[in-house]
Design a protein around this ligand. Structure first.
Ligand SMILES: Nc1nc2c(ncn2[C@@H]2O[C@H](COP(=O)(O)OP(=O)(O)OP(=O)(O)O)[C@@H](O)[C@H]2O)c(=O)[nH]1
Ligand SMILES: [Mg+2]
Length: 523
């Protein structure tokens, strides 16, 4: 094809003629160089495009391919055509209407716009007969690409941050769905992601193949283009086919809640053990999802029972990951052994242990700081603490204990992560008293308590005496709620205000004292 024409006039005629004879749409995917990449034969009403690889003009935002195809029923550029333009980021999308005689009537062309114009990200060129093409497509595409990259440059200034749209597709009740999405926003914020928009879709049943309908996905893609998002975060765990069903349509990065949590952990891990644990969880999560990565490749080697010569890249990746996992497991074992020795040393001093547990962001680290006059990281972010910390704490009646702070809990804690952190969490078994810190200023604190209690059971910590602290009362306006809590099995405190903790110290000392009296010698 000539580089500066959308399509050569003779070729347009041939295409129309064949289309008419076959009574099917025919499409050409044409590279910017003029090379025809694919010929697609559809049926009367539509064509299905093959999966496109990453054929791209160097560094551009558009794909480097234009689609030129025939329409037999005199219909205009359809919504489906526009979706192809949008999802595939085609250079251009052109429809040639075929007339009764099988001759080209006119060509109708749409292209993307880098900015929203009248609520749309695309615009139409003036219809033209294939023989009368005046404008150079080459120049046109270069101009569009230029505008895109200019926009890109201006947003590069703060492009170290990810800009995300959060999506939740769920069968939950409305209120629960909203709360869960709100928590996803907090997770994203904690990971330094800019949240541009949230989309909540409630469904009666979940679909294991397509997580989200194509229409809804189109809406999200348009939104993503408008807001210049580079990331979609799903609240639900995505299986490989669901990931594919989305990434087939778009170039946006797609991750799920589990990956987001893993990413937070990866950023926060400070100790060697923490880092090893997180990397292990990440690799384990990635492994089964690898198949969806390089799809073009796996299709190439898929053939008729034939494996390509040697290993495919995918297999090499998979083997590397397995090797790495084995190495990590070995290292982790060593580190855990070291920690065990340290712990044994501490054990010799035989101080009772009081462990803080609770939902993430409940105020555990703040409490430890206030009680022991320490300065460990406590901030309004989820999972501020990953590595366990221990401090000595002197009770009012001169008794001394070790107080430990550890990673917070969250609902739907990723299984791989829980497993990786098992060694750290196992230490909780040595606690003489668990202090369950609850953030009562959070409207979902009851659900959070239930999550923590369930996890404590799962970790076989249900037998250890537990004291509940209703924290952040200073933040609660609802006096009625406070009254309700007073009679309950717990103390109202504010970790920021030492004077509110006096009663807690007395009670904790009492409980531990009693345990020691009863159990001395058995330890
Ligand atoms: N108003 C108020 N804020 C509190 C109180 N306790 C903690 N906070 C705040 O809550 C936020 C979270 O506190 P952290 O101590 O980091 O919570 P955490 O339980 O250690 O959380 P993770 O380590 O992230 O799981 C911080 O911004 C604290 O300042 C309180 O009693 N009142
Ligand atoms: Mg903390």
């Amino acid at each position: 094809m000539q580089r500066d024409r959308i399509i050569n006039p003779e070729m347009a005629r041939t295409l129309c003629q064949l289309s008419k004879e076959l009574n099917r749409q025919i499409g050409l995917l044409i590279h910017r160089s003029g090379k025809v990449e694919s010929i697609v034969i559809g049926d009367f009403g539509r064509i299905m495009l093959p999966q496109l690889g990453n054929v791209r003009a160097s560094g551009g935002r558009l794909r480097g391919l234009r689609l030129v195809h025939t329409h037999l029923a005199g219909e205009d550029i359809s919504d489906e055509d526009l979706m192809d333009l949008l999802f595939l980021r085609l250079d251009l999308l052109t429809v040639i209407k075929v007339d009764e005689e099988g001759l080209p009537e006119k060509m109708y062309t749409a292209h993307l716009l880098p900015t929203v114009h009248e609520g749309k990200n695309w615009t139409f060129l003036k219809p033209v007969h294939p023989a009368n093409q005046q404008e150079s497509v080459e120049e046109l595409i270069a101009a569009i690409e230029g505008e895109f990259s200019q926009r890109h440059k201006t947003s590069l200034v703060d492009s170290r941050e990810d800009r995300a749209i959060l999506v939740s597709v769920t069968t939950e009740q409305k209120r629960q769905a909203e709360e869960s999405l709100a928590e996803l926003v907090e997770l994203a914020r904690s990971d330094g992601v800019v949240v541009l928009d949230t989309v909540l879709q409630r469904r009666n049943r979940s679909n294991p193949r397509l997580i989200i309908g194509k229409g809804k996905l189109a809406e999200i893609m348009i939104r993503a283009l408008q807001l210049d998002a580079n990331l979609l975060i799903f609240n639900q765990e995505l299986n490989p086919s669901q990931i594919r069903s989305i990434t087939n349509f778009s170039d946006l990065r797609v991750i799920d809640r589990t990956q987001l949590i893993l990413d937070i952990f990866a950023h926060r891990a400070m100790s060697r053990e923490g880092k090893l644990q997180v990397e292990m969880a990440q690799l384990k999560y990635m492994l089964p999802r690898l198949s969806s990565r390089d799809d073009a490749l796996s299709r190439l080697t898929g053939g008729i029972g034939a494996r390509g010569p040697g290993e495919t890249k995918l297999e090499i990746d998979r083997r590397r990951i397995n090797d790495r996992l084995a190495r990590l497991a070995k290292e982790l074992k060593q580190v855990s052994a070291e920690r065990f020795r340290r712990r044994a040393k501490r054990r010799k001093k035989d101080l009772p242990v009081l462990s803080l547990v609770g939902y993430t962001n409940a105020g555990k680290s703040t409490l430890l700081n206030t009680l022991t006059d320490s300065d460990i990281v406590a901030e309004n972010k989820l999972f501020a603490t990953l590595d366990p910390t221990s401090r000595r704490l002197r009770f009012p009646r001169e008794m001394e204990v070790i107080i430990t702070d550890t990673v917070g809990f969250i609902r739907h804690l990723p299984a791989d992560l829980l497993q990786a952190f098992m060694a750290t969490l196992e230490e909780l078994k040595e606690a003489d008293l668990l202090v369950h810190v609850v953030d009562v200023s959070n409207p979902t604190f009851r659900e959070q308590m239930a999550v923590v209690e369930q996890l404590l059971m799962d970790l076989e910590l249900g037998e250890i005496p537990t004291l509940i602290l209703f924290n952040k009362v200073d933040q609660v306006e609802d006096r009625e709620l406070v009254q309700q809590l007073v009679g309950r099995e717990g103390l109202l405190v504010s970790a920021l205000h030492p004077e509110s903790l006096r009663e807690f110290l007395v009670q904790a000392e009492g409980i531990i004292g009693k345990i020691l009296d009863q159990g001395y010698g058995s330890r």
